[in-house]
Design a protein around this ligand. Structure first.
Ligand SMILES: Nc1ncnc2c1ncn2[C@@H]1O[C@H](COP(=O)(O)OP(=O)(O)OP(=O)(O)O)[C@@H](O)[C@H]1O
Ligand SMILES: O=P(O)(O)OC[C@H]1O[C@H](OP(=O)(O)OP(=O)(O)O)[C@H](O)[C@@H]1O
Length: 302
């Protein structure tokens, strides 16, 4: 592929590996952005849109988007706040995956019991900007200055090993299930930041004519995300119980209500959040709803 073939195309950055990669591929599929990625090539042209996908390390995506070279990107909220170009990046959509927390951790056996105890000591992290800001505030509050300030040291990976290796008194690292932290004999003292994957665009785009296409892709991705968050709940209910039923399933705008052939009975159909469905069905059963059915959404626009 030569560089001219990128002319006029929307450049869309996707993490090339790691925790966010597979989910990003399913978002591209849900948004019907078709492509064939050749082995080892990090740029590939979409087959059905004037888009080129650029596969980059998640941590480099904010700076490419922030400089305006790349129009859209998916990466973690954490790496955006860590990046130097963050003031030129807008978070367009939260994507609901890649959820994790950046936490201060120390060995279980340590005498350090609070972040104030850790202040002034050695902290190893891959998030030196966020960890630096966090401990600067604590150092200021505790009036630690000069040599007494917390020493933040950067490592590129395997942060959880730093305490056992004698490099650190504590670390600042990402936690999801907590398995890595526990396996390394660590526990968390505080959360610096909660994070999830986000869709970002540049506030200083080089390709201004692409704004309508950015809007279209954003709307498609919002639909893909909503379809994984919501299900359709349908059930039959006595007309007298309708106010109680619609209070339980109010829908996004309003529920769809249709008459049944049987007198005094209605069918109700409503979008509900997937995570709340068990409780909602319990409450519907309690007010006499029958034939409750849940339908997954393949895709939607809401
Ligand atoms: N355990 C996790 N659970 C959920 N999301 C995570 C987790 N670890 C990281 N993330 C998210 O995914 C982003 C990329 O992290 P990941 O470890 O996959 O990066 P990577 O590209 O493999 O980085 P590296 O090149 O440093 O190994 C993080 O910035 C964070 O937003
Ligand atoms: O709480 P957990 O579910 O165990 O997840 C946390 C781990 O996940 C991330 O690393 P990852 O496994 O992506 O590998 P990396 O260290 O190579 O980035 C992160 O840096 C932690 O080490």
């Amino acid at each position: 592929m030569n560089l001219e073939s990128l002319d006029g195309r929307l450049l869309f950055a996707i993490p090339k590996k790691g925790r966010l990669y597979e989910k990003c591929l399913s978002i591209l599929a849900g948004a019907d952005i078709q492509f064939r990625r050749h082995h080892r090539l990090d740029v590939c042209l979409a087959l059905n849109h004037p888009i080129a996908l650029v596969f980059l390390p998640a941590s480099d995506i904010p700076s490419f988007v922030g400089k305006g070279n790349v129009d859209l990107g998916i990466t973690g909220h954490d790496v955006i706040l860590e990046a130097t170009m963050q003031e030129h990046v807008t978070e367009v959509l939260r994507l609901g995956f890649g959820k994790c927390a950046l936490q201060v951790q120390v060995p279980e056996s340590s005498e350090i019991k609070t972040v104030d105890d850790l202040a002034g000591k050695r902290v190893v992290t891959s998030f030196e900007v966020l960890a630096g800001e966090y401990f600067d505030a604590i150092d200021t509050r505790l009036q630690l200055s000069g040599e007494n300030k917390t020493r933040i040291e950067y490592v590129g990976g395997s942060v959880e090993a730093a305490c056992a290796l004698g490099l650190a008194d504590g670390i600042v690292d990402l936690v999801e299930s907590g398995d890595t932290m526990r396996a390394a004999g660590l526990h968390a003292l505080a959360t610096v930041l909660d994070s999830e994957a986000v869709l970002i665009k540049s506030t200083v785009p080089k390709h201004t004519h692409l704004a309508p296409l950015i809007g279209l892709i954003t709307s498609r991705i919002a639909g893909v995300i909503a379809s994984s968050k919501y299900v359709v709940c349908q059930y039959n209910i006595l007309r007298t119980q309708l106010p109680a039923a619609t209070a339980i399933t109010p829908g996004r705008r309003a529920p769809t209500i249709s008459p049944l052939e049987e007198e005094n009975w209605l069918a109700v159909s409503s979008m509900v959040e997937k995570g709340k469905i068990a409780t909602i069905m319990d409450r519907l059963v309690a007010i006499g709803a029958e034939d409750i059915m849940i339908f997954n959404l393949d895709n939607c626009r809401v």
